[in-house]
Design a protein around this ligand. Structure first.
Ligand code: GTP
Ligand code: MG
Length: 187
C-alpha cells in the first residue's frame, strides 16, 4: 500500500496550525495510520549509539540526506530540530486508490495539497500557500510548515520497516484500520 510520511514542521506546531493542517488531509479523505508529537534529536552520537543496538533510529540528517550538499542544509537541520514536530502516516483513502483515480496516489496527492517548497511561490489553496510565511532571516531555510514524501519509495524510507532503515516510526506504532465510510463510497 502506498503511504506518505507527512510531518508538521516546528513552525506549524509553534504557530498553532496542527489542527488546521491535519484537518486538510482528513477532509481530502486521507486515512491516518500513525500520529505522534516528537522532538527530533540533532545529535549524531545518539544515532550511532542506537544503531549499534539495531533499533530504529530517528535522524533529521538521514531524512534530508539528498540535500546534504546544499548551502541551506545546516539551517534546515537547525529548523527541523528546533522544536516538536507532528509525525503522521497517511495512506490513500479508497477514493484515491480505486480504478477511476488510478495514478493519483497518496504521495502525489499530498504534495499537491501541500504546495510549492518556497512559501512565496506556493499557490493559494495549498497548505503552504495559505499558511506558510517567509522569515526575514538572512540565510533562511524556507519555513514551510509541512513535509510530504516526494515519492512512494521515499515514503517507505521515511516511515519505518527495516531495522536499519526505520526513520520516524517504530514498528507497532502504525494502526491498521479502515474507515466506516469506505464501503459506502465504493458501492
Ligand atoms: P519537504 O517536504 O520538507 O521535503 O520539502 P520539499 O520536498 O518541498 O523540498 P526539498 O525536499 O527540496 O527541501 C527540503 C526543505 O529544505 C524545504 O522544505 C525547505 O525547508 C528547505 N529548502 C529547499 N530548497 C530550498 C532553497 O532553495 N532555499 C532555502 N533557503 N531552503 C530550501
Ligand atoms: Mg522533500
Amino acid at each position: 500500500v502506498e503511504q506518505s510520511y507527512i510531518m508538521i514542521k516546528p513552525d506549524g506546531v509553534q504557530r498553532g496550525l496542527v489542527g488546521e493542517i491535519i484537518s486538510r488531509f482528513e477532509k481530502k479523505g486521507f486515512l491516518l495510520k500513525g500520529l505522534k508529537l516528537f522532538r527530533c534529536p540533532k545529535d549524531l552520537a545518539q544515532v550511532c549509539f542506537i544503531r549499534i543496538y539495531y533499533l530504529p533510529f530517528i535522524f533529521s540528517q538521514e531524512h534530508y540526506k539528498d540535500l546534504k550538499d546544499k548551502p541551506f542544509f545546516p539551517t534546515l537541520i537547525d529548523y527541523i530540530t528546533s522544536g516538536p514536530v507532528v509525525c503522521m502516516v497517511s495512506t490513500s483513502f479508497v477514493i484515491l486508490s480505486c480504478k477511476a483515480w488510478e495514478g493519483a496516489g497518496v504521495v502525489a496527492s499530498a504534495r499537491k495539497l501541500i504546495g510549492a517548497t518556497n512559501p512565496l511561490q506556493a499557490e493559494p489553496g495549498t497548505i503552504r500557500g495559505d499558511l506558510a510565511v517567509q522569515t526575514g532571516r538572512s540565510a533562511p531555510t524556507f519555513m514551510n510548515v509541512v513535509h510530504g514524501s516526494d515519492s512512494p519509495d521515499n515514503g517507505k524510507r521515511e516511515i519505518v520497516t527495516l531495522l536499519f532503515a526505520a526513520l520516524w516510526f517504530k514498528e507497532g506504532e502504525l494502526c491498521q484500520w479502515e474507515s466506516v465510510q469506505t464501503p459506502w463510497l465504493v458501492e
